[in-house]
Design a binder for this molecule. Structure first.
Ligand code: SAM
Length: 317
């Protein structure tokens, strides 16, 4: 595999996370990029300068701020919405490894789960243009989102397969066999899934990875401003809310993320809480943003050269 392509993939991934969630997160599909200073580069040392930028990195919360956030969450969780339990269906397998399937000729395969309108799909596809050994799968349970991706001018069926798929439906086959993916992107998707179903989703995704494959995760963290802004009557269960449009949002701790991915048989390579201070300079309003970001790897059978490459690719920053 061409080292230049590996380096470009790593750059995509780092840029991808550093530009995420700067403004209000649209509930369904993301549609545009928001340029930001790279993760970690803007530290607020003088409180008097807080309104000089829109966002500050690596915020340390005071005990008072933590207590105020906890109080807010206790208030907005006091009234719960009743939820009906959902059934889970039996898992059906996709094609066997030996059969032809989209991307069967590739040697490096990526899946983006909950791709929305393709905010990550197209930068990745553009980067992989001259690297036919790479193949990108992307899925979303919203058929409208998948149609948008497929009808985009940069969509190339030779190197990409977009498909409608509900990751909660473990009876649905994937258009490729288990154990063939090098990377899975799971970004701001798990939070919209009922907590009772998250472990099943992660277990299923873990089966899709090849040994040495990496799952890259980013999502809402506990006490992010989105959580604190929910009004009473929107809380479904602890730290899980429903928005006016019916979409849902869970707010993770690092520990929960660790437990879930490790229970699915993956090893933690990174798990951090990204705390930033977002500032509305016009209204002079400060908002704490909290995201959890992790990299989890399927255990490696020792001497595999390709697996070492995957690890070195995603082990920086
Ligand atoms: C907030 S958007 C994130 C889009 C994209 N990952 C990004 O970061 O720009 C969440 C996406 O996940 C999709 N989604 C939510 N639940 C899903 C499920 N059970 N199966 C597949 N897609 C799902 C939604 O339709 C939506 O497009």
């Amino acid at each position: 595999m061409c080292p230049k392509v590996l380096i470009r993939m790593n750059v995509i991934w780092r840029n991808y996370f550093s530009r995420l969630r700067i403004r209000k997160v649209p509930h369904r599909y993301q549609s545009s990029y928001h340029p930001v200073a790279p993760l970690g580069s803007r530290i607020l040392t003088d409180p008097a300068k807080v309104f000089e930028h829109n966002m500050w990195d690596h915020m340390q919360w005071s005990k008072e701020e933590e207590a105020a956030a906890r109080k807010k969450v206790e208030e907005n969780s006091a009234v719960r919405v009743l939820l009906e339990e959902q059934d889970s269906k039996e898992h059906r397998k996709g094609p066997l490894k030996t059969e032809l399937f989209p991307g069967s000729n590739a040697t490096f395969r990526i899946l983006e789960v909950g791709c929305g309108a393709g905010n990550s799909v197209f930068p990745i596809l553009n980067t992989l243009q001259n690297a036919p050994e790479f193949f990108l799968y992307c899925c979303d349970f919203a058929s409208g989102a998948v149609e948008l991706v497929k009808s985009h001018a940069s969509y190339r069926a030779a190197q990409c397969c977009a498909f409608v798929h509900d990751v909660c439906d473990d009876g649905l086959p994937y258009p490729f066999p288990d154990g063939i993916l090098d990377v899975i992107l799971l970004v701001f998707v798990l939070s919209s899934i009922h907590p009772d179903r998250m472990q099943g989703v992660v277990n299923r995704l873990s089966k899709l990875l090849k040994p040495g494959g990496m799952l890259l995760f980013r999502d809402y963290g506990r006490y992010d401003k989105t959580q604190l802004r929910f009004k009473r009557g929107h809380c479904l269960s602890e730290n899980f809310y429903v928005r006016g449009d019916g979409t849902r949002a869970y707010f993770f701790t690092k520990g929960e993320v660790h437990d879930m991915f490790c229970k699915a048989g993956l090893n933690e390579k990174q798990n951090l809480v990204d705390r930033r201070l977002q500032v509305n300079r016009k209204k002079k309003v400060k908002m704490h943003r909290v995201w959890v970001q992790g990299k989890f790897q399927k255990p490696l059978p020792f001497t595999q050269k390709s697996s070492k490459l995957v690890f070195s690719l995603f082990s920086h920053g």
